[in-house]
Design a protein around this ligand. Structure first.
Ligand SMILES: Nc1ncnc2c1ncn2[C@@H]1O[C@H](COP(=O)(O)OP(=O)(O)OP(=O)(O)O)[C@@H](O)[C@H]1O
Length: 761
């Protein structure tokens, strides 16, 4: 009799709604592995954007070894993740009001619970007194209370979920902004700084906001509940109240002890699931290569071993969860009969009415649940700690990699601060980049004393490279595999920071501002965006004007640099760069190039003037359809256009339908449309036949674009004016062994086919 519960379950007051109605689909509550499995990394995009970067970090970072259960780590991370939306965001005022509203509704739900507690008591009193009139009256009151109470619960749930959603959107956008800021995504990928960043952004951020909000309200609810029902229980029988407190505090301590391993296991489960899914994503992306290699058995084994990792960890998680459940179940059930057993003698002695037994049991259960929040929600808390840990770690990595990138020197500050800009800019042991918006027209790119080192081993790739690229004077970078050719392009793009030296880029960055940009980078495997053929052609110069999917397509070949007020006067100013041989090279190269410090100084002043005057960027008008078609024609892709009925807005999975050679031609079409002053290309014609290669280089020359190419083919020398030969660990053309990092610059016409073949080994 005392266990009779007439309330509908939804209106059971003060129940742990984390575990029941409060869980939106996909909210990864305990055990973590049962919900929203980790989304696979979108590292595909990153891999495509930076194909030469180290392999995606599917092998987990140090954190896989175990999550932090240290509160001194978790709590600051929690604070840093949780507070900004309510204190810094633009919508903080309205967010706070909404939060206050949800708290008010939660308060309302507690009021409804208390109301039902008393109605319940009267209900049983009327029953035991066989008072029909009273009983009928209570039933009516029940109905009215249900009608009034249900909306409070439903609206509380709705507004809470809505607020969590808004918070999630804000947090995700903030993380995404940090992820893309200054190409941090590349640093994260290249340095394998953190496992599965995509999963952290997509899944963990959602779990965090949802659980943080839900849990805050649960605690608030528990507190109010505790205050309300403590009064009721204490008024019925104070010793029962005291026993309950001792029981629940002891239970909380024990459950923390038993459940502690769940935090680390939940963390690992997240990572293992993400790893497994990433393995599947890789198969999808590399289907053709795997099929050619007949590598399906290998992939299956790899996937099975990743699945095994997830299964093994989940088994551990199940065991830890089982142990905790043994305890929590006993804890929950052993105490059930206590209130009735303790209060019944009072009833037998006639000191209390019958309904009070039920009331005390109800109040007792409320308080037990409130005080035992940690016991009942331990698995949820463990999952939440893992999410806070992963997300907090990610946030720290984003902040850390931001400060660790290549230093880009502000030319305005530079001009104001010194007469020797390069000397001032070149920090010891770092690579610095200065962007000069107001080019002097004498140089497009200056490289000074650039030394590149392999990050992992510290081995020298290139030593003290000094040269300039002047308008109309194109340079081919050659050298043995692994000599550092691509690394030079990465450095100019600001993607490589291991080494020292200084780079001055005279031009506006491509892809940073709509329709602007004078320096363009083309990777070996061009990034193919989602969307129409038009989107492919407009990327990245007019990406924001292109279809939305293309705009979402992310970053890639258009890389960095900065402003330029110069005209598009590309015509020659000759001025070959480079040097020869060892120690004297740098000096002679500097002299033979644009003259380092004086021009730098002038340019810095120009930069200052340009910036003061406003943007000196050269804005490119959006190409017409005719221009797009003409560009396709020039790069020999007219047939492709015909295949799709001449429709520039045709949508296809271009990455898999276009051959690599066609993709490379498409990349040239982008350059021809954007007409940058300078384009740096990494083996951009490697998949093309020599006829097409010649046509494309000729088209670049006709368009007045100066180019720097990395390539192996000896035939390339005929399209360039100079050749930069990197020796790698070998020797130069005529010189003796120059040691690691040696280089020399030769006029291209000296590089006969025979010599080039000799040199390439
Ligand atoms: N992020 C990185 N971490 C560690 N080492 C790297 C990284 N990126 C490149 N390397 C190493 O630096 C060296 C130079 O690489 P780079 O890609 O510049 O060579 P390359 O001359 O372009 O070679 P190839 O002709 O084969 O394309 C290689 O030994 C490569 O393994």
């Amino acid at each position: 009799m005392s266990q009779c519960r007439p309330l509908p379950p939804a209106l059971r007051p003060g129940r742990p709604f984390l575990a029941t109605a409060r869980r939106p689909a996909g909210l990864p509550l305990a055990p973590r592995s049962q919900q929203g499995k980790q989304e696979g990394p979108s590292s595909a995009t990153l891999t495509e954007a930076a194909p030469r970067a180290p392999a995606a970090p599917t092998v987990l970072s140090r954190k896989q070894e175990g999550a932090s259960t240290d509160l001194s780590v978790i709590l600051p991370r929690l604070k840093k993740l949780a507070l900004p939306y309510w204190t810094e965001s633009d919508e903080r005022v309205s967010a706070r009001w909404k939060l206050a509203g949800v708290f008010a509704l939660t308060l309302g739900t507690t009021g409804v619970s208390v109301l039902f507690n008393f109605l319940n008591r009267d209900f049983f009193n009327a029953l035991s007194a066989k008072d029909q009139a009273e009983f009928a009256e209570i039933l009516v009151k029940f109905l009215v209370a249900i009608c009034a109470g249900i909306p409070v619960y439903v609206l509380r749930d709705y507004y809470q979920s809505k607020l969590a959603l808004e918070w999630r959107q804000w947090l995700t956008e903030r993380l995404t902004a940090e992820y893309f800021y200054d190409r941090t995504f590349y640093q994260v990928q290249a340095g394998a700084l953190v496992d599965n960043p995509d999963q952290r952004i997509a899944v963990d951020a959602r779990a965090f906001t949802d659980t943080a909000l839900t849990f805050s309200l649960t605690m608030f609810n528990a507190l109010i509940d505790l205050i309300s029902f403590s009064g009721i229980l204490y008024s019925i029988y104070p010793p029962l109240f005291g026993a309950l407190l001792v029981y629940s505090i002891g239970g909380t301590a024990l459950s923390i002890y038993i459940g502690k391993p769940l935090v680390g296991l939940n963390f690992q489960q997240e990572a293992q699931e993400a790893n497994f899914r990433y393995g599947l994503v890789r198969v999808r992306e590399n289907a053709e290569s795997i099929a050619f290699y007949g590598g399906e058995d290998n992939e299956r084994r790899l996937l099975n071993s990743r699945l095994q990792g997830a299964v093994d960890n989940f088994l551990e998680l199940l065991k830890a969860s089982r142990n905790l459940q043994f305890f929590t179940s006993f804890y929950r059930f052993v105490i059930q009969i206590l209130p009735a057993a303790v209060v019944a003698p009072l009833f037998f002695r006639g000191e209390i009415e019958f309904g009070v037994i039920n009331q005390s049991a109800s109040a007792f259960n409320h308080i037990l649940t409130d005080v035992s929040l940690v016991v009942y929600q331990f698995e949820t808390i463990a999952g939440f700690s893992a999410v806070v840990d992963r997300l907090g770690e990610f946030q720290e990595v984003l902040e850390g990699s931001r400060s660790g990138g290549t230093a880009t020197v502000d030319p305005v500050a530079l001009a104001a601060s010194t007469d020797e800009p390069e000397a001032a800019a070149a920090e010891e042991g770092r690579i610095t980049i200065t962007d000069m918006p107001g080019t002097s027209g004498r140089s497009l790119l200056d490289i000074r004393d650039l030394t590149l080192r392999v990050p992992s081993s510290g081995a020298t790739l290139v030593q003290d490279l000094t040269l300039s690229v002047t308008p109309g004077h194109s340079l081919l970078i050659m050298g043995p595999s692994g000599a550092g050719k691509t690394s030079i392009l990465r450095t100019v793009a600001g993607l490589w920071n291991s080494g020292s030296g200084h780079i001055v880029r005279h031009g506006q960055p491509m892809g940073r501002a709509e329709g602007e940009g004078d320096i363009f980078f083309v990777p070996q495997r061009p990034y193919v965006v989602l969307g129409t053929l038009r989107d492919q052609l407009l990327y990245p110069t007019w990406a924001q004007l292109a279809g939305t999917q293309a705009a979402e397509g992310g970053s890639a070949e258009g890389a960095s640099s900065s402003g330029d007020s110069s005209s598009s006067g590309h015509s020659t100013s000759g001025g070959g760069s480079g040097s020869s041989g060892d120690g004297s090279r740098a000096a002679s190269a500097a002299t033979s190039s644009s003259g380092s410090s004086s021009s730098g100084n002038t340019a810095a002043s120009d930069a200052a003037a340009g910036s003061i005057a406003g943007s000196g960027a050269r804005r490119r008008p959006l190409p017409s359809d005719d221009e797009l078609r003409q560009a396709l024609h020039t790069v020999q892709l007219s047939k492709l256009l015909e295949r799709i009925g001449g429709n520039l807005d045709a949508v296809a999975d271009w990455a898999s339908t276009l051959s690599l050679g066609e993709q490379q031609r498409l990349a040239f079409a982008r350059v021809l449309l954007a007409k940058p002053n300078l384009v740096l290309m990494d083996e951009s014609t490697s998949a093309l036949d020599t006829r097409n290669e010649r046509l494309l280089y000729q088209a670049l020359r006709d368009a007045g674009v100066t180019f720097v190419s990395v390539g192996h083919r000896p035939t390339l020398t005929q399209f360039h004016d100079s050749v930069l030969l990197l020796h790698g660990s070998g020797t130069g053309l005529d010189s003796a062994d120059s040691g690691p990092g040696g280089w020399e610059v030769r006029p291209a016409k000296e590089m006969t086919l025979e010599k080039a073949l000799d040199y390439m080994g």
